[in-house]
Design a protein around this ligand. Sequence first.
Ligand SMILES: C[S@@+](CC[C@H](N)C(=O)[O-])C[C@H]1O[C@@H](n2cnc3c(N)ncnc32)[C@H](O)[C@@H]1O
Length: 312
Amino acid sequence: MKWSEIAIHTTNEAVEPISNILHEAGASGVVIEDPFELEKEREDHFGEIYQLNPDDYPEEGVIIKAYLPVNSFLGETVEEIKEAINGLILHNIDIGKNTVTISEVNEEEWATAWKKYYHPVKISEKFTIVPTWEEYTPVHSDELIIELDPGMAFGTGTHPTTVMCIQALERTVKQGDHVVDVGTGSGVLSIAAGLLGAEKIQALDLDEVAVNSARINIKLNKVHDRATVSQNNLLDGITGPVDVVVANILAEVILRFTDDAARIVKQNGYFITSGIILQKKQEVKEAMITSGFEIVETIQMEDWVAFIAKRI
Ligand SMILES: C[S@@+](CC[C@H](N)C(=O)[O-])C[C@H]1O[C@@H](n2cnc3c(N)ncnc32)[C@H](O)[C@@H]1O
């Protein structure tokens, strides 16, 4: 197995929560490199102060290093880690410079290294995800194919949180629906909504890389005549009424816009949420109910939960 090293420059205060995030993301060998501790250790050992190479260590703070397996989820895992670390700010934790670097395989190799592990995969009753560089002949005549090259954006389509969203879309989207996709990443959920017959799709993401990736993939799958892609924070400025809002984002982020979703989803319309780790299930569920939704289905894959909720 090939491994990729992730190094995060942060503060002493953030060491514990970031180490937990890395462990939860499946990272191995989490190590903390505090330049001052290291210097002290060397001094104790050699009886003199060793000069650290300033290129190797930051002036202040701590570097946390961990190793991630290079597989088809690598890009997504790194995105999840970055999002979870940014989420610490909401808990008033100082994350310092928060620079994240990936090495072992260099950046360029990393961007494509996972491609050899990413092949066509049937992810639900109707949908098969096919990487753009693979040849694929549908097995059934009614199979729906999503062609994807997520590049550096989250969304190979095979991550459990995405799979649950696609399954939920299959059960809720009807011909002619208006669907809003919050945190579109590669555009995979907007494409799925389009292939299920949605007539108007709004794909939104805060990240410019995701916006570009979604535009390319949405066009590739020929749903661009019904879809718009915009750089947008959550549902800011989006007006309803809409039939379905789908969001595969971390629980902390979902909690920030359940009221906004209730504002735009029409009565008996749906709010699909995913990306919720098991520990946050109850908190998100209660927030959705308080905002005016009824949970009609809970889906779980591994440690991830998704909800299908109906606007009362
Ligand atoms: C877990 S990925 C989901 C990608 C894709 N929808 C999927 O299901 O595979 C979450 C996405 O949400 C985006 N995001 C995070 N915070 C956001 C915000 N405040 N507003 C809009 N998008 C956001 C990230 O850039 C990322 O592309």
